[in-house]
Design a protein around this ligand. Structure first.
Ligand code: TYD
Length: 215
């Protein structure tokens, strides 16, 4: 459907979200192949840890040895994001690029709000006060916790979030689903229990609609 000559919107901020093992990495690989064939300047980035300072924050956050209160965890994630926005997201959007981030503000609402039970109003007010840009489009790759965790466990060592109990991950998933319900215009829920081709085709369908929507 999408042709190179179509008048494509380029400056756009897209985020990918989901619980552990939801298949975001595979989707990113497929998106990268697809977008590199189109005349679109795209930048893939991720949270936490996209900047130099962020890499240190990421190590701290993911190491199972780190002893951290939920509130300190939230503030470290926000610090990582402030650096990410300032050094990567905003400059690249200003260059009229399509910026795709693997995780962003919805991860904080789902993990720190749902998972860690921090007041979501507090998280949202921080996001707002810090003037964090709202994505144009967000894909929530939804899988059951059983599926997600069994995929994650097949990979390398488990990080500080992956070792959390099932209930934590169930709360994260529920918080994500609530965001998708509350913001259906921005957040598109994709069935991540399907095979990777079907997941990619679903995402591509919505992406093409958005990219060609010049209104
Ligand atoms: P990563 O290895 O990038 O996980 P994944 O492949 O699942 O994206 O680790 C990122 C971890 O950080 C992930 O478990 C979720 C967590 N996280 C939060 O808890 N809150 C946030 O706001 C962000 C961005 C990430």
């Amino acid at each position: 459907m999408l042709l190179k000559n179509t008048n494509l919107i380029k400056r756009m901020f897209i985020t990918l979200e989901g619980i552990e093992g939801s298949g975001k990495s595979t989707l990113i690989k497929n998106l990268n192949n697809y977008l590199s064939n189109l005349d679109i300047d795209v930048l893939f980035t991720r949270e936490p840890g996209a900047t130099n300072t962020g890499k240190n924050i990421r190590n701290l956050l993911l190491s199972p040895d780190t002893d951290l209160s939920s509130e300190a965890e939230l503030l470290l994630i926000m610090a990582d994001r402030v650096e990410h926005i300032k050094n990567i997201i905003t400059p690249n959007l200003n260059l009229n690029k399509l910026v795709v981030s693997d995780r962003y503000i919805d991860s904080t609402i789902a993990y720190q709000g749902g998972g860690r039970k921090i007041n979501v109003k507090l998280i949202k007010s921080l996001i707002k006060s810090l003037k964090m840009p709202v994505p144009d489009l967000t894909f929530l790759i939804d899988v059951t916790v059983e599926t997600g965790l069994s995929r994650a466990k097949d990979r390398a060592e488990l990080d500080r979030f992956e070792v959390e109990e099932m209930d934590f991950h169930e709360r994260v998933r529920r918080a994500y689903l609530k965001i998708a319900e509350q913001e259906p215009e921005r957040v598109i829920k994709i069935n991540g229990n399907q095979d990777e081709v079907a997941v990619f085709n679903d995402v591509k369908h919505f992406l093409e609609m958005k990219l060609t929507d010049n209104e």
